[in-house]
Every structure is written in structure tokens, then in C-alpha cells.
Design a protein. Structure first.
Length: 256
């Protein structure tokens, strides 16, 4: 994490991660979201939130983030747009007819949504897009203008796209009803991609015990039914299941 950009109706503000007050601002924002006082939005926000938590490694902040997600106070412009397009039957693209350009492909990057909703082409070709690590020790006030503008424009574009989506959704009641659940799912899936699937030892042992008990209960039933031969393992079970597929529900064998 290098900086924090926050956009609202008053404009956009940019803080460096090294600024003494940045951590407090981050905590205040998530406290407001966890309490349901504000809604935090981003584009593919799960990625940014994970980076932020990795930066601060603060248990209190972790709890606030999960509380905000649970309350439904986290929004994602990428997910919102996909829900809007799915509801309208134009996910990933639509046919507008030859007079209006034929097939129009829909992308879901911020640059795509900025152009689609705002008519603004975001500059994603700037070399600073991949050079922000060079500014880790440089105060925002000393950043090159192009680097500062890139960071601020992303915040402004996300805010403006979110509001455009809200206006669009107002013409289609209920279209974003599932947003909070989808955003939570995206957060969980992103964490799994970052950390892998973590298991809890007690839960694993419980699952193992339940599976062994169920196997013990079912084994004699399967043997008696002729579906399992303990001397041949599962091969006979598979052959028996294959035979059953050729039998009609009333028990008569299908002629072949």
C-alpha cells in the first residue's frame, strides 16, 4: 500500500501511507462503515482491502472490516455493473442493431465503466501505473503531477461511476438487492486466493469421525444389497451402479 485516495461529494483527498494520520483515517472510515453510518465503495474493492489489512496488521481494523462486510456497508462498482447487466440480459455485451454499431462488448475494468457511464477515458498508459513503489518514501506533496493525478482520478472515477450506477438501478427496482451478498462472496474468494483454503483442526477431526461412522453404517447395507464386495473394493460397486442405470424405475430391465 502506497497511498489512500478518498472521493466524495466534496472532491478527492490523497494521503500517503507514511503520513502519521493515515492509519487513523482508515480506522475512522471502517468504524463508520461497521456502524452503518457510511458506505465504502471501490472497484474490485476486495483487492484493495486485502492490501490495506496486510499493510496495517491491526486486529481491531480486521474486525471492523468484517463487521462492515457483514452489515452490507461495502460496495463494489465492478460487481454492481455485472448485476445490472445480468438483469438486463447484456452481461459482457449486447446487440444494439446494425444502425447502432451491432454487437457491443462490455468490459468491467474501471476504465471500461468510466467510458461507458461518464464518457471519460482514464489514462491507464501512464508509466506511473506500475511505478508507485518508487514513491513509498516520497511525500504526496513531492509526487510528480502525473502520478498524483493518476491516483486521484481513480478515486473520482469510482465515485462518479457508483453514482451513475445508482441512477441506472433506480429505473430497475431490486436489481442490486443481492449486491451485499455478492460483495461478501468476492471478499471471501479473494482471501482464499491470497491465503489458500485454511482448515481448522477440530473441524477436520469431526468431519473425519462423522465420515467413518457413516461408512461403518452403510457398509453392511451395501454388502447385503450386493453393491459392495469387500474383497474387490469399489470395482464391483461401480459395475453394480452401471447395471442399475439400465433398469427402469419400475424394476424392469431395458431391452438392448
Amino acid at each position: 500500500m502506497i497511498s489512500l485516495a478518498v472521493a466524495n461529494v466534496s472532491g478527492v483527498k490523497l494521503w500517503h501511507v507514511r503520513d502519521p494520520g493515515t492509519r487513523g483515517i482508515v480506522v475512522d472510515l471502517w468504524e463508520g462503515a461497521a456502524a452503518g453510518e457510511i458506505r465504502l465503495a471501490g472497484h474490485n474493492i476486495a483487492y484493495d482491502v486485502a492490501v490495506m489489512l496486510a499493510q496495517y496488521r491491526d486486529r481491531k481494523l480486521d474486525d471492523l472490516v468484517f463487521a462492515a462486510y457483514a452489515r452490507g456497508s461495502v460496495s463494489d462498482t465492478m460487481i454492481r455493473q455485472k448485476l445490472l447487466d445480468i438483469a438486463r440480459g447484456c452481461y459482457r455485451g449486447e446487440n444494439r442493431g446494425e444502425a447502432r454499431g451491432g454487437w457491443i462488448k462490455h468490459g468491467y475494468r474501471l476504465v471500461d465503466l468510466s467510458l461507458r457511464h461518464l464518457g471519460i477515458v482514464l489514462n491507464k498508459e501512464t508509466p506511473w501505473r506500475l511505478r508507485f513503489a518508487e514513491l513509498r518514501e516520497v511525500p504526496v506533496e513531492e509526487w510528480p503531477e502525473e502520478a498524483r493525478r493518476y491516483a486521484e482520478e481513480d478515486g473520482i472515477a469510482t465515485f462518479d461511476v457508483w453514482n451513475a450506477q445508482d441512477r441506472d438501478a433506480a429505473t430497475f427496482p431490486g436489481v442490486l438487492e443481492d449486491e451485499a451478498r455478492q460483495v461478501r462472496a468476492a471478499w471471501a474468494l479473494h482471501l482464499m486466493s491470497v491465503w489458500g483454503i485454511r482448515t481448522e483442526e477440530g473441524g477436520i477431526r469431526k468431519l473425519e469421525a462423522e465420515a467413518k461412522r457413516e461408512i461403518a453404517e452403510l457398509t453392511p447395507i451395501l454388502v447385503e444389497a450386493g453393491l459392495l464386495d469387500l474383497r474387490k473394493g469399489t470395482r464391483k460397486l461401480k459395475a453394480a451402479l452401471d447395471r442399475m442405470k439400465r433398469i427402469k424405475p419400475e424394476g424392469r430391465r431395458t431391452e438392448t
